[in-house]
Design a protein around this ligand. Structure first.
Ligand code: PLP
Length: 458
């Protein structure tokens, strides 16, 4: 595949691109002057651009190509299903074989925690849609229980939960809220558990974790527990900059949601399917969620698919109390997407990708990131499975950040770009989430590139 790919006429594609294509999260003024980078093909952990540059993809596309690129069996699964049944809907007492098989596979992979089990799946095509489903499903649950006043969903500042009206409202990105009159009613936010930035002088990680979790309790009491429907959070915040909570955080969150009886929604669009070394990240943290959002890694990004794992607490009410849930998408349970999902999960299981991240490549990545702390620019560096983040600082001893106007993260990202590495900048945090198929030798190669880019940023 790689050899066969031909160099493309970059300028012609860029001209068409800027004439016709409105990109997500892009300043088009910038695009018109610099032109988009045209990615033409990919294999393993690398992508190539139209100029023939080979680039190590430290972000798995957009946190999704968990199995790596060039997996023929996923293409074969799509082809076979396209030829057998390319589409049929799953509305109105209809179903299809790949959707049923994938739902059963997901239920088998989702571990039981405490009194929570996950035997049901609702399918969508993306993480955003799935979080819209969560908002509707959580409110429907309380309606069915005769507690319609429970409408408020609490989320966290700087969270990312998608780009639809509900997804962006659940998200805590001020830039997104500023465009489009968001959040929608009955969604509110607490602060994120970001130790480096939010801890008090001398406060231990454990104490900070407890204090950060209690912001949820304060918010519930401020609103009135009888009005709160759910709390939503990522086990590890991804797009917010790989914010890994202290160990005390999740147990205290669990204590709080249990005490007030509110639903707990884990958004695992990034964290599931081996990214943190488990099929589902709630297992790693011992969280007992009621609803779990998934997307991205379920198909390794080869085709759009998302959904919600519906725990027994909600499923029993939704199904047993019955009545029609007036909600669904044309592509819910799309046969081709589900066939690819199934092939992807089988491949990941056969190659033990979550297990490798948990016991081999993840711990190795962790030691390599720990070693980066000796770099003069690195104020902190941490990993959790196959997500990692480091913070660029002006003065390590005093934890002094750079002036935001210097945009040092963007400067570092520029060096990555020129050195053949995709690493993302979130403010002055540099983050990675590489394909789970990455070998130890490839981790070494990536770390060499990261160091070179940090040196160039100095
Ligand atoms: N939730 C989380 C945690 C995400 O990271 C994302 C996307 O990055 C989404 C939801 C939205 O998913 P999608 O872009 O598939 O709509």
């Amino acid at each position: 595949l790689v050899q066969r790919a031909e160099k493309q006429d970059t300028q012609a594609i860029q001209a068409l691109d800027s004439a016709h294509f409105i990109h997500p999260f892009t300043d088009h003024g910038d695009l018109a002057t610099r032109g988009a980078r045209v990615i033409t093909h990919a294999d393993g952990i690398y992508v190539w651009d139209s100029e023939g540059n080979k680039i190590l993809d430290g972000m798995s596309g957009l946190w999704c190509v968990n199995a790596g690129y060039g997996r023929k069996e996923l293409a074969d699964a799509a082809y076979q299903q396209l030829m057998t049944l390319p589409f049929y809907n799953s509305f109105f007492q209809t179903t299809n074989v790949p959707a049923v098989q994938l739902a059963a596979k997901l239920a088998a992979l989702a571990p039981k925690v405490g009194d929570r089990s996950f035997n049901h799946v609702f399918f969508s095509s993306s993480g955003s849609e799935s979080n819209d489903t969560n908002v509707r499903m959580a409110r429907r649950y309380w309606d069915l229980l005769g507690q319609s006043q429970r409408k408020v969903i609490i989320s966290r500042h700087n969270a990312y939960h998608g780009s639809t009206m509900a997804g962006a409202s659940l998200g805590g990105m001020s830039g997104m809220h500023a465009q489009g009159d968001l959040p929608i009613p009955n969604i509110t936010h607490i602060d994120q558990p970001y130790y480096f930035e939010n801890a008090r002088g001398g406060e231990s990680k454990a104490d900070f974790g407890l204090r950060a979790a209690r912001w949820l309790e304060e918010k519930i009491l401020e609103i009135g527990p009888e009005k709160v429907a759910a709390f939503i959070a990522e086990p590890v915040q991804g797009a917010g900059g790989v914010i890994i909570p202290p160990e005390t955080y999740w147990p205290e969150i669990q204590r709080i949601v249990d005490q007030y009886g509110i639903l707990l929604i884990c958004d695992e669009v990034i964290c599931a399917f081996g990214r943190l070394g488990h099929w589902f990240a709630y297992e790693k943290f011992g969280i007992k969620p009621d609803l779990v959002t998934f997307a991205k890694g379920v198909t390794s990004g080869y085709i759009p698919l998302g959904g919600v794992m519906v725990g027994n607490r909600v499923a029993e009410v939704l199904i047993d109390k019955g009545g029609e849930f007036n909600h669904g998408y044309t592509y819910s349970g799309h046969p081709v997407a589900c066939a690819v999902g199934l092939a992807n999960l089988n491949l990941m299981e056969r190659e033990n990708l979550p297990g490798r991240v948990r016991t081999e490549t993840g711990p190795y990545l962790a030691t390599q990131f720990e070693a980066l702390k000796d770099h003069p620019l690195v104020g902190d560096a941490e990993t959790c499975g196959f997500v990692a983040g480091l913070v660029l600082v002006k003065d390590k001893a005093n934890k002094q950040m750079f002036d935001p106007d210097r945009a040092v993260g963007m400067i570092c990202r520029g060096h990555c770009f020129r050195n053949g590495l995709i690493m993302r900048a979130v403010g002055d945090r540099m983050i990675i989430a590489p394909p789970l198929s990455m070998t130890v030798a490839q981790i070494d190669e990536m770390m060499g590139l990261i160091r070179r880019c940090l040196d160039a940023t100095l």
